[in-house]
Design a binder for this molecule. Sequence first.
Ligand code: PEP
Ligand code: CO
Length: 458
Amino acid sequence: MKKWTLNSWKKFPVKHLPEYRDQKELDLVLSKVKKYPPLVFAGESRSLKKALADVVRGKAFLLQGGDCAESFAEFHPDNIRDTFKIILQMSLVLTASASVPVVKVGRIAGQFSKPRSAPTEKKEGKELPSYLGDNINGMEFTEKSRQPDAKRLFRAYSQSASTLNLLRAFSQGGFADLRQVHLWNLGFIKDKTKGKYREIEDKISDALAFMEACGINSDNNRRLRAVNFYTSHEALHLPFEQAMTRVDSTTGEYHDTSAHFVWIGDRTRQLDGAHVEFCKGIKNPIGLKCGPTLKSDELIKLCNILNPNNEPGRMTLISRFGADNVEKYLPKLIKSVKKEGLNVVWSCDPMHGNTIKAATGFKTRTFDSVVKEVKNFFAVSQSEGSYAGGLHIEMTGQDVTECTGGAQKISEKDLSNRYRTHCDPRLNADQALELAFLISEEIKKNSKISNKIIQAAS
Ligand code: PEP
Ligand code: CO
């Protein structure tokens, strides 16, 4: 086997990388990025891997969410705050239902590059390169804007660094206080659902009152007011990921320090491809998107390449088949992973298999199809005796109108009101939180499986 090096991926076929006209400029930008401080510390990625190992064992649940594509235009402290806030609110609901801790991972502080289904886009007879994400080119439909510009990587790095800085402050500085998160959820139930889902919050109120009576509250217990929050994105732009990969001085291992967790997309997971080669050598926890074209034997080979020591927490398999296709594709994959005894987290992305085009021309997803895919994922996992360990969603804390349905009953006609995404349609704040409430029954049943796994292991 050929030796892995930082740039060994360059010898493998590569898909979805931008073609820069000015290669010299790209090299110059990357040589500077290489010297920039890491965004995360390797020790933090190791902590996340440990937390994900708990998910593998059925002792925790993974919640991963954020924008499809972060953008320069939507960069604002309020947007960062509101996305973080909804992730906390969802986590509280999920924790109360599952009675296990929730591992919180944002698609944030680096989720810029996008693989696109077509290399070009046509509008009114004009054909231009597709938009590939704000760290590569611009959304504006002009020749100039659609040219990949290496200098955009600087701006993306800087945005990621300040986003992460604020997230760290929110996580540790008191914003994540459990009492406060509970109050936000009570507000949502009262104002948006006419009291529906009250039962879950009542349970939380009782638990908080009980703890308070025992003298445990967020004033005297840090764990009730601080959270661990991790970042993630698709490791698509390999030249940038390479520039951010450093040797961890405490262990001598390579870590991609652009995020705690990176994943390989459904379009770039070829066994002999550059993205798999790159991810093989970094020690971060890795995600792998599993779509309808993935064969069982291919999946096993990918897991063996990416996780040769079968380390729990290293691999997260993210199922994304579409609401009506889960039963068709997922059981086979779960069976072969079980048969091989592979330690993986199974997570569900109910977004990417459910994208449709509305009559009004907008790319959208129905809230019902999103809920249905998650429920089917839980049902299949249950019948296969496998622990459904996570949820991976595209969402925002803003009140956008990008996905139809939900408590606000967003219709196709409403989509144009606040359609702001730079790529795929996201659940808005209410839809994301409602999703957490709607799957609470499935999550509860899920904990029966985790108890079995825990018992079997002990
Ligand atoms: C994504 O998660 O943004 C994405 C492009 O997903 P997939 O690779 O599953 O299509
Ligand atoms: Co997307």
